[in-house]
Ligand binder design. Structure first.
Ligand code: F6P
Length: 406
């Protein structure tokens, strides 16, 4: 391979830049000439918004800084390529740009919607006998990509959530029953409950854990929820409940929409989900007369590189490296996947993108303790290794420093 290009797509994570770092590192090991970056994913690429990553990453200190930089260093997008039939002009434009820059392989770091881009481009290349290679690199805090054991980005978001839940529980336990407060904490993850389930990791010797967890895998029943809350407030001074942003009632309505039906939809067709905790906290306050607090982790849970999991950072770098290695072996139309053994040793492989793009992996129902609205030990055993280890930020004037695109 002479030159390659890498892009980032979808919601950022705390470690998505470590995958860019991994792509760059392996490319340089293999003697690849230029590693380009597309600014704002395929959308920016179409406008030839392209940078030479060597200008940033040739310096070792920048490489280390990139791994400690939140958000998508290259910029992201939520853009779905249209179907090939009738849109050949757009696809030809993409391949013309690839030819212009002599790019032999394109790497895209993203979740299930973003993997559709790799599927479409590799399908087009096959149909039209184009030589370029296309590889997907997994990323999503939602942890909902199929086939791979887990997704880079999830472990760090889970670590942030479990840490913050511990801190919230301590704070909420400060007062006695005369100042009882019910906290409802809203966690991202759209249609899959992996991230919300991570609230269960807070429990330990120094923390009693959350009082209930509500995942989108289970239809939300408001009456059952209120009965549970009322029983909890009789027993405890502090009540902390974790809810998924994607909770839906059995008739398909998002809980966050209960008070507001008019939601924006992004170009992947997803409704903007937020406001579930506020909605539920208001209902609880009305029903019980008690003080409630709605906490929405929102952007913080995917941007908290200062608390990233070292395991996650290393794996994000590893899948980036693997993608380049496999493209160099001639593979295309694949995404890198991770597999674990019983001792949590991770190996990487590649898998056909057609079985991955647009598919969402949910939390197995047998890992959910429905009677207690809690996660079972199987989930804890699955998630715990993913949050291990820390990589300290590089502090300047009391704040972490980041690598910024000029
Ligand atoms: O896809 C990752 C994710 O963080 C989801 O968990 C969340 O629902 C969504 O992105 C939010 O997207 P945006 O930041 O574009 O509103």
């Amino acid at each position: 391979m002479k030159n390659i290009i890498v892009g980032q797509s979808g919601g950022p994570t705390a470690v998505i830049n470590s995958s860019v770092a991994g792509v760059y590192k392996k490319a340089k090991e293999l003697g690849i000439d230029k590693v380009y970056g597309m600014v704002h994913g395929i959308e920016g690429f179409l406008k030839e918004n392209i940078i030479d990553l060597g200008e940033y990453l040739d310096k070792d200190e920048n490489y280390e800084l990139l791994k400690r930089t939140p958000s998508a260093f290259l910029g992201s997008c939520r853009y779905k390529l249209p179907k090939i039939d009738g849109n050949e002009e757009l696809y030809e434009k993409i391949f013309n740009i690839l030819e212009k820059y002599k790019i032999d392989a394109l790497f895209y770091i993203g979740g299930n919607d973003s993997m559709d881009t790799i599927k479409m481009l590799s399908d087009y290349a096959k149909e039209h006998h184009k030589p370029q290679l296309f590889m997907g690199i997994p990323k999503t805090i939602d942890n909902d990509l199929p086939i791979t054991d887990h997704c880079p980005g999830y472990g760090s978001a889970a670590k942030y959530i479990a840490t913050s839940i511990k801190e919230i529980i301590r704070d909420n336990s400060s007062f006695d029953k005369t100042r009882q407060t019910i906290c409802v904490v809203e966690i991202m993850g759209r249609h899959a409950g992996w991230l919300t389930a991570a609230a269960a990791l807070a429990k330990g010797e120094d923390c009693e854990g959350v009082d209930a967890i509500y995942l989108p895998e289970i239809d939300f029943d408001l009456d059952e929820f209120l009965t549970n809350v009322k029983s909890l407030i009789k027993k405890k001074a502090s009540v902390v409940i974790a809810v998924s942003e994607g909770l839906k009632t059995s008739d398909g309505k998002f809980v966050c929409e209960l008070g507001d039906e008019d939601r924006k939809v992004d170009s992947f067709g997803h409704k903007q989900l937020s406001g579930c905790a506020v909605t539920l906290a208001n209902i609880i306050a009305k029903e019980t007369g008690l003080k409630t607090r709605a906490i929405e982790f929102s952007t913080l849970q995917r941007a908290a590189t200062h608390l990233a999991s070292l395991t996650d950072i290393n794996e994000a770098e590893m899948v980036g490296m693997k993608a380049v290695e496999e493209a160099n072996n001639g593979k295309t139309g694949m995404m890198v996947i991770m597999q674990r053994n019983d001792n949590y040793q991770i190996t990487t492989d590649t898998y056909d993108i057609h079985n991955i793009a647009n598919v969402e992996k949910k939390v197995p129902l047998e890992w959910i303790d429905l009677d207690n609205n809690m996660m079972k030990e199987d989930f804890i055993n699955y998630a715990k290794p993913l949050i291990m280890g820390e990589l300290l930020p590089i502090f300047k004037n009391g704040l972490p420093t980041h690598l910024i695109r000029k």
